[in-house]
Design a protein around this ligand. Structure first.
Ligand SMILES: Nc1ncnc2c1ncn2[C@@H]1O[C@H](COP(=O)(O)OP(=O)(O)OP(=O)(O)O)[C@@H](O)[C@H]1O
Length: 229
């Protein structure tokens, strides 16, 4: 469903992605992992049309989308939960959810409330008054309301209390069981192993390894060399 190849991108004169490759098939849950500053977020921004790559290809369902505007990428079926949570603070939980709703998809309020009962309890509350963890649930839920064919989560569990992180991972496990296609960027290898089919390690703007969580766990020198753990 998504195929990135030979992607180059950066900020001004500083090049960050040199030769990025990434392939995601329908129904797969894959990760992008690597040390800080290696280009994970830059890859996501390029895919979402938030940053203009200088070379390479981004195909969504076989169609070249490099350089397309963000709303076109969203229309093509990609939904992003960006790094650093942000809901529309002056809107209620329910209004936030309805603001991004796409009609006719499988995700609607009822389904979202089943996945996140906490959001139903708080549906009339202004989202700026939610706890950090509740806001993060809301941001994930809002992305789902766009009924994306590929959901991308960039550090969605960072800075959250363990119990909230657990809720987000449980939610991802449910989404996986329902056949959703997901790209997750995170640092927590142990939790990721529960849901990820394939990891991609990125180092200095290139994909340097891919394999299953089992293969990664069986090769400690990989984690040591590329992840610093
Ligand atoms: N807006 C920007 N302007 C200039 N340089 C940037 C900008 N955003 C990121 N960079 C630089 O690009 C490089 C890659 O950053 P990126 O955010 O893609 O890394 P990352 O792998 O997602 O790291 P992290 O795990 O820390 O989020 C870093 O050296 C960073 O300082």
């Amino acid at each position: 469903m998504l195929e990135v190849s030979g992607l180059q991108a950066g900020y001004g004169l500083s090049q960050v992605l040199f030769d990025m490759h990434l392939k995601i098939e329908q129904g797969e849950v894959v990760s992008l992992i690597g040390r800080n500053g290696m280009g994970k977020t830059t890859t996501v921004k390029s895919i979402m049309g938030l940053l203009k790559p200088s070379a390479g290809s981004i195909r969504i369902h076989g169609k070249e989308m490099r350089g397309a505007l963000p709303f076109r990428i969203a229309q093509a079926g990609l939904g992003l939960v960006p790094e650093g949570r942000r809901a529309f603070g002056s809107l209620s939980v329910k209004e936030n959810l309805l603001a991004t709703a796409t009609r006719g998809g499988k995700w609607d309020l009822a389904r979202i409330y089943k996945l996140f009962p906490r959001l139903e309890e708080r549906q009339e509350q202004l989202s700026r008054t939610l706890s950090g963890g509740e806001q993060q649930m809301l941001v994930v839920a809002r992305a789902l309301m766009t009924n994306p064919q590929l959901l991308i989560l960039d550090e969605a569990t960072e800075g959250l209390a363990p119990v909230i992180r657990e809720t987000i991972w449980n939610c991802l496990a449910t989404l996986k069981a329902e056949g959703e296609t997901i790209l997750v960027i995170d640092k927590n290898l142990k939790e990721m192993a529960r849901v990820v089919d394939r990891h991609h390690i990125i180092e200095k703007g290139r994909q340097v390894w891919q394999g299953t969580p089992e293969q990664l766990a069986a090769t400690p020198e990989l984690s040591h060399r590329y992840l610093g753990v």
